[in-house]
Design a protein around this ligand. Sequence first.
Ligand code: ADP
Ligand code: TPW
Ligand code: MG
Length: 576
Amino acid sequence: MTATASASAAPERELTDGFNLVIDALKLNGVETIYGVPGIPITDFGRMAQGAGIRVISFRHEQNAGNAASIAGYLTKKPGICLTVSAPGFLNGLTALAHATTNCFPMILISGSSEREIVDLQQGDYEEMDQLAIAKPLCKAAFRVLHAADIGIGLARAIRAAVSGRPGGVYLDLPAKLFGQVMDAEAGAKSLVKVIDAAPAQIPAPAAVKRALDVLKSAKRPLIILGKGAAYAQADDEIRAFVEKSGAPFLPMSMAKGLLSDLHPQCAGAARSTVLKDADVVVMLGARLNWLLSHGKGKQWGEPGSKKFIQVDIEPREMDSNIEIAAPVVGDMGSCVSALLAGMGAGWPAPPADWIKTVVSKRDENVSKMAPRLMNNTSPMDYHGALGRLRTIIKERPDAILVNEGANTLDLARGIIDLYKPRKRIDVGTWGVMGIGMGYCIAAAIETKKPVLAVVGDSAFGFSGMEVETICRYNLPVCVVVFNNGGIYRGTDVNPCGGADPATTVFVKDSRYDKMMEAFGGVGVNATTPDELSRAVNAAMDSGRPTLVNAVIDPKAGTESGRIGNLNPQSVVKKK
Ligand code: ADP
Ligand code: TPW
Ligand code: MG
């Protein structure tokens, strides 16, 4: 172009496009990390996002990226972002989106999609699928953006839907064509929306607070149950003050462990059966009366009608979901607990001393019964010997994040490993789903910048095991301990008809999962005794190097379905 020609041309308008607008919208709303898998139509988007300073973590499978995003949401109270390609990538991410919704974790699954015109006429586009329709029943909200000018609003809607009220998974569908749409840069910038107060406080009604305090005051044997909704809310100081002022024993659900230390004098974790059966007033803080609490009924809960429930939850429809709630308190945890505290005033009466004495003596009895089992150094290891060592390691490193999945590996670790600080334990959650392990490790390391210890069954590990490459690639401070008992629940099953095929629940004997980590440059250790296990994990936690310890567990040590064998239907009419 000559100087004359350029001087005479109309001044060029600056342009932007869908790629840039999505990135600008994410950055404007404080998104720092995206978890995903690249491919058409989002490869360039991932590159550009990285170029724009967003951390883009590339996984080996979308389900693990989605699980990472979901737990990032739980740990930070900001929606975790998962980015996938169309149809198959989207479907791989969908399990995690549904998991996030079920667990009340804020997450946004952003998927590229094919051309609407072709999809709707079912003309066979590349990776054709009506993704929006498929996502809808599995998440809290689902949106599609068709015009570049709507990207700002689309993302704002997704963020607000994910974190306000009861948090959950949100699907955001971005068709390939959208990314390439061009518009005037100034108009584009103006179209972006910064979400103000994405999760507004929800103040409980004073009458509801008073009703709850009246019920609590009437209690002779009060109990407080802390759930992961309470841990999520980050109202740690208020919750501690409320529990301490009430003087009631508390029982943490698994991911609420550490919200108040498991060694807190009021912790009744080791007296679970006693408190559930004998309490007369139960305060539920951010926990649902679902299968994990036997729906609030049955033998575990003592005589029918023997207790009254106070429930604090942000979701009004949670009340009376399984049984009658005598005092529903609807609002966000921080506001509700603060209102309860204020209403208690000074001089709130302590619960009757005999109740506290009963709970404490049961707890201490159970703890001392367990103690010797945790100190054994036998080989092959049993769960108690191995977990006893890991319990000490977490005690010495209360800031570490514990990731836990499996059956026996899960149930026994939950009971044995104490937690001391809020949101340090993340696990299989409401579904008891296998496969959260490595995705959770990666997000926990990235979001909290703290060392991560994963305690996972050999079966559980297999669902996300390939992500050890991701752990090595990003050089994350993650130590994975695979409890290798050679199978699902046990490693001893045999094929009932004696054929060449192995039993359905067993794996290759004497597998060496540690070699997987070595294959990608990390540290692998084979540990056959609790002492060896302890040395290897301590070294990993000190060095921060990606490590996998293959912990050889006695194949006979576990039980079928771990602690939930009662939910496992078994045929009584077995044919020969
Ligand atoms: P757990 O599995 O630990 O028992 P659940 O997942 O069953 O816990 O229950 C969590 C509950 O917490 C849900 O009913 C959810 O609506 C509620 N919740 C989530 N966030 C908040 C919040 N900020 N304030 C109050 N309740 C919340
Ligand atoms: C997505 C069913 C529950 S627990 C488990 C499976 C397959 C594995 C238990 O073996 P593991 O632990 O991990 O070796 P251990 O110590 O008892 O030997 N698919 C999904 N989720 C679930 N929950 C299952 C299957 C299951
Ligand atoms: Mg196993």
